[in-house]
Design a binder for this molecule. Structure first.
Ligand code: DQA
Length: 146
């Protein structure tokens, strides 16, 4: 169980590469997740991925990780700033949690400065672009003592 990591991505991240590329870059979510799969294999982690534009589907995905995954890497996207439901689901997950944002949310509009998830997260990575997922996986491997 400890070596399984779920990578969850929230709304509009399916448009990565097309969506505001000056902020989020030119790589697609498929590119990012393919790189994650390759790195995970090197690190001895098994990765499962979910992207959803729906809050309840993300809650379901977090619940599905209970008793299965040692850790969750999550970019909740806009739900970062609004979702008590995602926070509650993460609080019911017993493993490690790393929050990732492509952009530095603290350098942007004030409504992006607060994250409901950060208080639950073991680590928060923001502003490193797609490399944030790479950093998150490496740190997750350390947290899970792989
Ligand atoms: C984001 C930042 C959020 O504020 C925004 O709503 C997103 C993406 C990021 O990865 O930088 O959709 O989570």
């Amino acid at each position: 169980m400890a070596a399984i990591v779920h990578i969850l991505n929230g709304p509009n991240l399916n448009l990565l590469g097309q969506r505001e590329p000056d902020i989020y870059g030119h790589e697609t979510l498929d590119d990012v997740l393919r790189a994650c799969q390759a790195l995970a294999a090197d690190l001895g982690l098994e990765v499962a991925t979910v992207q959803s534009n729906h809050e309840g589907a993300l809650v379901d995905a977090i619940q599905a990780a209970r008793g299965v995954a040692g850790g969750i890497i999550i970019n909740p996207a806009a739900y970062t700033h609004t979702s008590v439901a995602i926070l509650d689901a993460l609080n019911a997950f017993e493993g490690r949690v790393i929050e990732v944002h492509l952009s530095n949310i603290h350098k942007r509009e004030s409504f992006r400065h607060h994250s409901y998830v950060s208080g639950r997260a073991d680590a928060v990575i923001a502003g490193c672009g797609v490399q944030g997922y790479d950093l998150a996986l490496r740190h997750m491997a350390r947290l899970l003592e792989i």
